[in-house]
Design a protein around this ligand. Structure first.
Ligand code: HEM
Length: 120
């Protein structure tokens, strides 16, 4: 059940991020609305809370938890690069956007494989 919540917030997080990037290119005024500003913070907070709940529910800290550390570090990258994306224009924006999407993809693959070094 919690995993369904987690996966729902995973989907909402990436959709709201891509949606805000599209809006900031096409209709930047909409981004000034309070609900649009607050929503991603609520979604990402619930994403992290549901993730932490899954960690305890699955007893992951008493087994091999390297992949969870990798997820948290990459999550910081996803958030940081997301902020850089939204606060910049031009090449910096698009480089940060690609980095944020790559971090998100990495987190998802690590979640499924439970291996931080799945690419080796
Ligand atoms: C952008 C951020 C995140 C993404 C894209 C993401 C993605 C995913 C995905 C796709 C799964 C399903 C894996 C499967 O069923 O095989 C999952 C499960 C899980 N995630 Fe996340 N997650 C994120 C953040 C977090 C955070 C911050 C934590 C913990 C601090 C966390 C902990 C977990 C745990 C413990 C599971 C359950 C693993 C299992 O029982 O198989 N996730 N996540």
């Amino acid at each position: 059940m919690i995993k369904i919540f987690h996966l729902t917030f995973v989907l909402l997080s990436i959709l709201s991020f891509v949606g805000r990037v599209i809006l900031s290119e096409s209709h930047p005024a909409i981004l000034k609305q309070k609900s649009i500003k607050v929503a991603p913070h609520i979604i990402n907070t619930l994403l992290v809370i549901s993730g932490i709940t899954l960690v305890f529910q699955g007893g992951w800290l008493s087994t091999d938890y390297g992949w969870i550390i990798a997820k948290i570090v990459a999550l910081l990258g996803y958030i940081g690069l997301g902020v850089i994306t939204m606060h910049n224009r031009g090449a910096v924006r698009w480089l940060a956007f690609v980095g944020a999407m790559a971090s998100f993809a990495y987190i998802s693959i690590v979640a499924v494989t439970k291996n931080a070094f799945f690419f080796l």
